[in-house]
Ligand binder design. Structure first.
Ligand code: NAD
Length: 363
């Protein structure tokens, strides 16, 4: 199959949908890989690395889209890409169509077969193509929290791990899922005192066993959140209620009673955020003050570490891309019902009930 990898054109998106190693893998399976020139540069992969892996490069996106039977991307197509999509072509990428009527209409109009990373399911029902980005965001959550606790960034001037004779920082993680447990890994590694709150006691049991007593686990309710947050130097919000907006767990009245210079990192901002005054920020201006505290609410945290994020994403997308290329999308979906759940649209027909409901369309 002819596989195309265009350069990502969305603002501040430096990831690429295929690494040179992944390109080599597809070439070994007998496929042709065409990469837009410069597509991997933002992730640390020069064109030469793709050429060495047996791929070809093309100077312009039109050529890549024009030749490809399967297009691999990271983000949903934006307006300048709409006219390049066509029927008979397969697009495999993050789509988030429920959030964009324009993109949904463009995909349906084009007739392209659109398979969305975010709705592909593993046999246990989990979302295997979303998990790596939560892992990255979770680990970054503690890292950026530690950075913003430093006085020059507006924080309280507390070192996360302390030093002998000086207490370490108290880190509170709200939500002990994929992002939250990864935040805890880094905070514990930096020497902080860490508490994880979750409503799912089975999850807390797993964390208790995994951390061997290095984190305190607390059943989450309003009273426990209040107690933990008031004692915290750094709060990391990582809750998720699938398909819903994040619950608001930290009201402004509580933030007003926190230690001056405390830092609150809202990883759940892409679902509306779990602190009352959270609003999305960017890597260019990531923080804003609320009372005497600092909020960090970057909605695409993995974008700060494109090399790691690209490799983490392509590690999990490659087996699916290879199956689509080897078998064709229909047989690949028949062989793997979890991949079939990623099918959002084909030949102008919408297959996602969630996207249909979001836009008042018929699935
Ligand atoms: P997850 O499902 O693995 O974990 C969420 C956890 O929150 C679960 O353990 C759940 O029991 C817990 N929870 C739900 N309601 C709670 C409550 N009221 N109190 C305490 N805990 C509660 O989800 P995840 O993959 O870790 O994702 C977490 C969030 O991070 C999501 O909103 C996701 O979209 C977001 N995310 C953001 C970025 C970013 O760049 N900002 C990147 C990746 C993921």
């Amino acid at each position: 199959m002819r596989i195309g990898v265009p350069r990502e054109v969305k603002e501040q998106e430096y990831r690429v949908a295929l690494t040179p190693a992944g390109a080599g893998e597809l070439v070994r399976h007998g496929h042709e890989v065409l990469v837009e020139a410069g597509a991997g540069v933002g992730s640390g992969f020069p064109d030469d690395a793709y050429l060495a892996a047996g791929a070809r490069t093309a100077p312009h996106a039109d050529e890549v889209w024009g030749a490809a039977e399967l297009v691999l991307k990271v983000k949903e197509p934006i307006a300048e890409e709409y006219s390049r999509m066509r029927e008979g072509q397969v697009l495999f990428t993050f789509l988030h169509l429920a959030a964009s009527r324009d993109c949904t209409d463009a995909i349906l109009r084009s007739g392209i077969t659109a398979i969305a990373y975010e709705t592909v399911r593993a046999p246990d029902g989990s979302l295997p193509l979303l998990a790596p980005m939560s892992e990255v965001a979770g680990k970054l959550g503690s890292q950026v929290g530690a950075y913003h606790l430093m006085s020059p960034q507006g924080g309280s001037g507390v070192l996360l791990g302390g030093v002998p004779g000086v207490r370490p920082a108290d880190v509170v993680v709200l939500g002990g899922g994929v992002a939250g447990s990864n935040a805890a890994v880094v905070a514990v590694g930096m020497g902080a005192r860490v508490a994880v709150l979750d409503t799912n006691i089975a999850r807390l049991r797993e964390l208790d066993a995994r951390f061997g007593g290095r984190v305190i686990t607390i059943g989450s309710n309003a009273a426990e959140v209040e107690k933990a947050v008031l004692a915290a130097d750094l709060v990391i919000g990582a809750v998720l209620v699938p398909g819903a907006r994040a619950p608001k767990l930290v009201p402004d009245t509580l933030v007003a009673r926190m230690r001056p210079g405390s830092v609150l990192v809202d990883i759940a901002i892409d679902q509306g955020g779990c602190f009352q005054s959270s609003h999305p920020t960017t890597h260019t201006k990531p923080t804003f003050p609320v009372a005497d505290s600092l909020f960090y609410c970057v909605a695409n945290m993995p974008g700060a570490v494109p090399h790691t994020s690209t490799v983490a994403l392509t590690n999990v997308t490659l087996p699916y891309a290879r199956a689509i290329a080897d078998l064709g999308w229909r047989s690949a979906c028949t062989a793997d019902p979890g991949l079939a759940q990623g099918l959002n649209a084909d030949a102008g027909q919408l297959y996602s009930p969630e996207v249909a409901a979001a836009h008042g369309l018929r699935p």
